[in-house]
Design a protein around this ligand. Structure first.
Ligand code: APR
Ligand code: PHB
Length: 392
């Protein structure tokens, strides 16, 4: 089998890339390890920067997001028993859109399949071969049979555990990783959110986050030990712990209900350098992971796809290779900015052992930050997303 761009992974990265290429008449085939139902069943955050929202509209899948998405012009920092609002719009002129990753993935799949896009589900890629030639191959399995997809280019959009990055010989790639000594215990419930905007809470018992999926579906997190287990938590125990970590006037507004889902996620920063290897390009979680504190994971996937789609379109439309040559350096510049911000925000808001001095210094920084126009502007600029570099 042959195609122009072979894509591994039908998550947000792979689907958005395939969609943008298709609209320019560029052919792609996606091979996805899991079933369509499994992929669409993932519970993932959706805090979209304006750049990502614009890209979804460019991909002609922004209609439901614009109708159902919640536009947030601010967020709240809770600490020392009080709340301070960060007015994103006042400091940046921008906002973020709350729209679940599950929903945007569904919108992308529906649009791509309706347009005749090819997605082979339950077809795991086994390796990427000949990536340093102009005819790279994706070796994959379909219905138990070994298949080969010959391509001009391969996009490794197969996430942190994918095969694309692992196909690169170790001498050609450098991996950087930082793990955090805690995780996030998350609950999803069909209850009205505690507040109309997100609340990030710093507390001596640990971090908490109040988020949402819609006006009737809430998503909450509390920081937990790395060795904690969902089995250790009843619904009531979670709700009690969340209340403890919020300012009392806020906590008393909490509407609780039974879990739809509860899970624990570890926190890590990870980046692979470079992101290009001949005809193989990494995008999204395949190339980088950020702690979820800054809500950057999905937006970085879109950032990579913004650059990679333009580079591939320039190749096929104008026979240009300069943007392909620049993809890795330009993507990594924005990735590093997001990793830095996510690291900073995570360090500011989480409990690090019994280091009471660290907790006092966090409180001091939050007192300064929330009283400083410069401090709040800096945080707002990073939270709404730094601009894409010119790339054309
Ligand atoms: N063959 C085919 N598909 C694979 C393989 C493989 N060997 N390995 C992984 N995959 C698939 C996964 O099943 C998944 O559907 O690749 C897809 C990768 O999707 P994501 O992990 O969602 O990564 P990405 O598309 O880059 O989106 C990043 O997703 O994980 C969140 O926080 C992250 O919001 C961010 C977004
Ligand atoms: C979520 O809604 O799951 C969410 C929101 C904001 C974050 C992280 C997760 O920073």
């Amino acid at each position: 089998m042959r195609t122009q761009v072979g894509i591994i992974g039908a998550g947000p990265s792979g689907l958005l890339l395939a969609r943008l290429l298709h609209l320019q008449g560029i052919e792609s085939v996606i091979v996805e390890r899991q079933s369509k139902e499994y992929v669409l069943g993932r519970i993932r955050a959706g805090v979209l920067e304006e750049g990502m929202a614009a890209l979804l509209r460019e991909a002609q899948v922004g209609e439901r997001m614009d109708r159902e998405g919640l536009v947030h012009e601010g967020l709240h920092l809770a600490f020392s028993g009080r709340m301070a609002r960060l007015d994103l719009a006042a400091h940046t002129g921008k906002a973020v859109t709350i729209y679940g990753q599950t929903e945007l993935t569904k919108d992308l799949v529906d649009a791509h399949l309706a347009a005749g896009g090819v997605i082979h589900y339950q077809s795991p890629a086994l390796a990427v071969e000949e990536y340093d030639t102009d005819q790279p191959r994706i070796v994959y399995e379909q219905n138990g049979q070994r298949q080969e997809l010959i391509c001009d280019f391969v996009a490794g959009c197969d996430g942190y555990h994918g095969v694309a990055r692992q196909s690169v010989s170790s001498g050609k790639i450098t991996l950087f990783e930082k793990t955090y000594p805690f995780g996030w215990l998350g609950i999803l419930s069909d209850t009205p959110p505690i507040h109309e905007e997100l609340i990030y809470a710093n507390h001596e018992r640990g971090f908490a986050l109040c988020s949402m999926r819609s006006p009737t579906r809430s998503r909450y997190y509390v920081q937990c030990p790395l060795d904690d287990r969902v089995e250790n938590w009843s619904d009531d125990a979670f709700w009690d712990e969340l209340r403890c970590r919020l300012p009392p006037p806020v906590a008393e507004k909490l509407v609780t209900g039974p879990r739809l889902e509860m899970s624990i996620a570890p926190l890590r920063s990870f980046v692979a350098e470079p992101m290009r290897f001949g005809s193989l390009f990494l995008a999204g979680d395949a190339a980088h992971i950020v702690p979820p504190t800054g809500a950057k994971g999905l937006n970085l996937a879109a950032s990579d796809v913004f650059y990679l789609s333009r580079a591939l379109i320039a190749f096929y439309k104008e026979e240009r290779t300069d943007l392909l040559d620049r993809y890795s350096e330009v993507s990594l510049r924005r990735v590093r900015q997001a990793i830095r911000f996510s690291w900073w925000f995570t360090s500011l808001m989480h409990k690090f052992g019994d280091d009471s001095l660290n907790f006092r210094l966090q409180t001091a920084e939050l007192e300064y930050l929330t009283s400083s126009t410069a401090g709040m502007t800096s945080m707002a600029e990073n939270y709404v997303g730094l601009p894409f570099e010119p790339f054309e």
